[in-house]
Write a protein that binds this ligand. Structure first.
Ligand code: NAP
Length: 278
């Protein structure tokens, strides 16, 4: 029993590393000529999204709070021959968001906006959350996502249409026991997606959302980094492996492409089969 579990875990781990290495089938020109803004994109899921959009031909504006992280992400991607630039942007700061959108404006407008930043400063049941922590979670995870979309839309209109993608979480469908307030903030993004999609549908602007499961990044280290916890977490994932950022980035590229032009208001769950909805 134990041996068969170890063997299936090894198969899952090897699948994940092959997934990352096998980039030869990425469409090279699907996003040619598009300008993309990806927030919180100097590591983790945001970095993989920025990389994938650039690999498919977009000009990508990377951002996060720390200049050294921005510089290092830009130089890594530039070394791969990708067309990226970077700006410091703490998503809750109006002046930072303005700088990002000014950069897009200089490039002629915006085609793709990916709102990816989130925080989770606390763990515990939802009603134990301090008011100040609740406000922080909603300021970054929900209000900043709303403001980014509100401020980005005029630039998308300038291009005659485009796509907005919000990054939610499986926890938005099925609250995680210790991530109460964070889970509620991620549920709010599902509603924001539906509401904005309906309003913008007739303007050739799609608004969609992705709900990742447990993805191996710093953000999820408490679940993936400790063997006792991760063994238990894996039992809830039918694919028997944690996600990798590249499991999410290709979905964003698809949603931002012409292939997805008739899809709006949807949330794609990418969680290895974790229980979510019917
Ligand atoms: P991560 O690996 O911890 O990456 C965090 C990134 O966000 C870094 O580039 C960080 O750079 C930047 N950042 C943090 N706070 C920011 C802020 N206020 N403004 C701008 N940038 C900020 O996180 P991740 O796992 O990739 O998570 C990305 C998104 O996926 C989040 O929305 C998260 O809720 C969602 N998600 C993750 C998982 C998972 O299991 N990992 C599951 C479901 C959903 P600086 O430090 O330089 O700011």
């Amino acid at each position: 029993m134990l041996l068969s579990k170890i063997s299936s875990l090894k198969t899952a781990a090897s699948f994940a590393s092959n997934t990352i290495r096998n980039m030869s089938n990425i469409p090279k020109n699907r996003l040619e000529g598009k300008v993309a803004v990806v927030t919180a994109s100097t590591e983790g899921i945001g970095y993989a999204i920025a990389r994938r959009l650039a690999q498919e031909g977009a000009k990508v504006i990377l951002s996060s709070r720390k200049q050294n992280n921005v510089d290092s992400a830009v130089s890594k991607l530039t070394a791969e021959g990708l067309n990226v630039t970077g700006i410091v942007c703490h998503v809750a700061k109006a002046e930072d968001r303005k700088k990002v959108f000014n950069e897009a404006d200089k490039l002629g407008g915006l085609d793709i906006l990916v709102s990816n930043a989130a925080v989770n400063p606390t763990t515990g049941p939802v009603l134990d959350c301090d008011e100040s922590v609740w406000d922080k979670i909603f300021e970054i995870n929900v209000k900043a996502a709303f403001l980014l979309a509100k401020e980005g839309v005029p630039l998308i209109r300038k291009r005659g249409g485009g796509s907005i993608v919000f990054i939610s979480s499986i926890a938005g469908f099925h609250p995680m026991p210790l991530l109460g307030a964070y889970s509620v903030s991620k549920t709010a993004l599902l509603g924001l997606t539906k509401a904005a999609a309906t309003d913008l549908a007739c303007e050739n602007i799609t608004v969609n959302c992705i709900a990742p499961g447990v993805v191996k990044t710093k953000f999820a280290e408490y679940l993936t980094g400790n063997e006792a916890v991760s063994d238990h977490a894996l039992t809830m994932i039918p694919m028997n492996r944690f996600g990798v950022p590249e499991d999410i980035s290709g979905i964003v590229a698809f949603l931002a492409s012409e292939d997805a032009r008739y899809i709006t208001g949807e949330t794609i769950i990418a969680a290895g089969g974790m229980s979510s909805r019917l």
